[in-house]
Design a protein around this ligand. Sequence first.
Ligand code: BTN
Length: 268
Amino acid sequence: MDLLLPSLIERQLDSIRLGKPIHHYVQLGSTNDIADQLAGDGAPEGTMVVTEHQTHGRGRLGRSWFSQKGKDLCFSLVLRPDVPLGNLSCLSLILGIAVGDAIEKISGLKPDLKWPNDLLVNGKKCCGILSEVKTEFGEVKYLIVGIGINVNAKVVSKGLSMTASTLFQQTGQEISRSQLLVEILNCFEPFYFEFLEQKIKPLLDLWVKKSSYAEDRWVVVKQMDHSFQGITQGLGRHGALLVKRGEGCVEEVLAGDIIEWGKKVTRS
Ligand code: BTN
């Protein structure tokens, strides 16, 4: 049994802060909700909530996140970054780089990064990140980052097979969830410390390098009340997606979703 036991994980962690302590649940509703309760009660930065079975997982933009008992990886971290509120949107991009690196180390797959928070393998989503901020008087009190990865299931949930996949489906091999989790924390912590020192530009550059969506890609972006199309032009300050709509008009998208996309455009 590949259980996510704290004793097993702690033994392999190189991190100083992340994953300390670990709260392990056999079953819960949403790891983000439990992490939020713990953070509200004063849990330290780095506290992690992980479960074998998440029954009411939440995704971005009010969507649900489905995961399979004992097969997938669902966990959340409490972070208390002392940085300006505007910088926080970069954090889930940076976490995405670390999750991609960890997946590559453990499975050999090379996930693509789709703005803002999706990791795709062969065009199908295998990981999503949900970042939720608690503020007080305009200042960051804490942040919960929740990561869901489709790991060992043989099939994805009903209706998702065209757009989502699991690492097992992509490699034909079972992956140790505990090893993957350890690797994510080990990969993310050095990036997180750089983020705390506000060395953000090199990390955003790295994200652009690792993403096939970041530049020269035709996309349709959906925002709250409208959608528009254009060609991606990299990331702006604070991790906004830059999208060229017409001659000279570049939109900075801070919140939204890429809902359609084409092949990369070759520059003339
Ligand atoms: C998305 O792609 O929309 C984000 C999905 C995030 C899912 C994870 S699973 C662990 C954590 N707990 C939740 O309820 N959601 C996140």
